[in-house]
Design a protein around this ligand. Structure first.
Ligand code: SF4
Ligand code: SF4
Length: 307
């Protein structure tokens, strides 16, 4: 098939040699670190979302097209290149970009300049000012909350998802019969989609879960998990996007590492680490969420009530 002419044709030949498959190369890894973008295991860059942002990186202002994303024909690459150029032209034409309403804010009076937030932000949205103090670049911040959950001085607030707001939700959820309740932190993107899917599919699962929505599983701090157990929660579940599709590039990886740390800290403080669970699912994974809830209730020895 001639992709340019969009026509089938016959080519008489004695020998047919197929080209070898495309793979990415090592420059992907180098660029990935510099631009703070993600790639897949085949060495291709990964788009923001296969349907909602196929030509965008999660990092604002950088687009991708053609074989940078996956093996493509010349025609497909050209079409995507036009699309990517159009995407790039929008902020250039407007002369401004719209920032997220959910962003990080640093209370400089409490900060000890440890640099953790600056190093860990997946979007390079924290810079050091002239005096080497961290400063949030609000136009780049996506509000994932990773920095706030990791900050040792607890001096980063995520607008609309502050520690106080989330801790208050945990407290309210555990007011009655906490020993029957599971606090389930669900990320806004895939995990909440999975919960919705379980609902619209009318899947049956125990009602013990009390959902607390966070933008990313990386927003869930050890303090929040511990707070739930201190208030008597039967279990805590952290649910996020499956690997490697985190909406915030690497939030689920950070969450997974933190959950392992949280288990060690819980054990040292006399809590049962096995009561802390996690699940990584896609927005279509309603059955996975429902079965996780059933498994948790069974393993934790709970009644299927919790109303
Ligand atoms: S992680 Fe917290 S204490 Fe450390 S530099 Fe960032 S804001 Fe300051
Ligand atoms: S909330 Fe996320 S994107 Fe914003 S500064 Fe913190 S780590 Fe970076």
């Amino acid at each position: 098939h001639d992709v340019l002419l969009d026509r089938d044709f016959e080519l008489p030949c004695d020998l047919l040699v197929l080209t070898s498959g495309y793979t990415g190369d090592e420059t992907v890894n180098e660029l990935k670190g510099q631009l703070k973008v993600s790639s897949d295991s085949e060495g291709f860059f990964q788009e923001r979302h296969i349907k909602l942002g196929p030509l965008d990186f999660p990092t604002s202002g950088i687009s991708l097209c053609g074989c940078a994303r996956s093996p493509k024909t010349l025609k497909e690459s050209c079409e995507e290149a036009v699309g990517a150029a159009m995407r790039a032209s929008i902020p250039m034409k407007n002369g401004f970009i719209e920032a997220e309403g959910i962003v990080a804010e640093i209370d400089r009076s409490l900060c000890n300049d440890c640099g953790l937030c600056w190093k860990r932000c997946p979007y390079n949205a924290i810079e050091l000012d002239e005096e080497k103090h961290p400063r949030v670049i609000k136009a780049l911040c996506k509000g994932c909350g990773l920095c706030a959950a990791d900050c040792p001085k607890e001096c980063i607030t995520i607008v609309h998802y502050s520690d106080d707001q989330i801790l208050a939700q945990i407290k309210a959820a555990l007011e009655d019969s906490p020993e029957e309740k599971i606090i389930a932190f669900v990320c806004h993107w895939c995990a909440l989609g999975g919960v919705d899917m379980a609902g619209v599919s009318r899947l049956q699962y125990p009602t013990n879960a009390r959902l607390i929505r966070v933008m990313c599983s990386a927003r869930v701090s050890i303090k929040m998990i511990r707070h739930a157990f201190e208030l008597g929660a039967a279990g805590v579940l952290v649910a996020g996007c499956e690997f490697p599709t985190c909406h915030y590039i690497s939030g689920n990886y950070a969450a997974e590492t933190r959950i392992k740390r949280a288990k060690r800290i819980l054990a040292k403080n006399g809590f049962e680490p096995d009561r802390l669970w996690n699940v990584w699912c896609s927005a279509a994974d309603g059955p996975k969420f429902a079965s996780t809830m059933r498994d948790m209730v069974r393993e934790l020895g709970l009644g299927e009530g919790g109303n």
